[in-house]
Design a protein around this ligand. Structure first.
Ligand code: FES
Length: 124
């Protein structure tokens, strides 16, 4: 089942204004994640403008139907972080429940979890 990485493309980290401001930190992070997930069947990406975690950008959500879903934040937009997010999304996709054992988490995502959302009940 597909795991989606939803990336906020409007996040701006502290100090963003002191750079060239050519793109937001979220746009930079989205491009890195999209490139890292480009050839994967089980992981797809999309961009949204604001996940309401603006104070701790960059933010992403990891979601799959019927599974535990997560938001993660406080990422710097760099290749290591992007590859960690995609590696975790692959594990989420392979997990029946969406839960991935802590010992298997990529180092780059440890300490970045913000929220966990249990799957919605199935309508009867
Ligand atoms: S701008 Fe990224 S969460 Fe609001």
């Amino acid at each position: 089942m597909t795991t989606w990485i939803t990336i906020c493309d409007t996040c701006k980290r502290e100090g963003w204004e002191s750079g060239d401001m050519a793109q937001t930190d979220g746009e930079a992070f989205a491009a890195l994640i999209e490139a890292a997930a480009d050839d994967l069947d089980a992981v797809r990406t999309r961009r949204v403008s604001c996940l309401m975690g603006c104070k701790h950008g960059c933010n992403v959500a990891i979601q799959g139907a019927g599974k535990l879903n997560y938001t993660l934040g406080n990422f710097t937009p760099d290749p290591d972080a992007a590859q960690g997010v995609v590696a975790y999304a692959r594990m989420h996709a392979a997990s029946e429940t969406g839960q991935v054992p802590f010992r298997e988490w990529p180092v780059a995502i440890k300490g970045h979890f913000v929220t966990r959302h249990p799957p919605l009940p199935v309508d009867e």
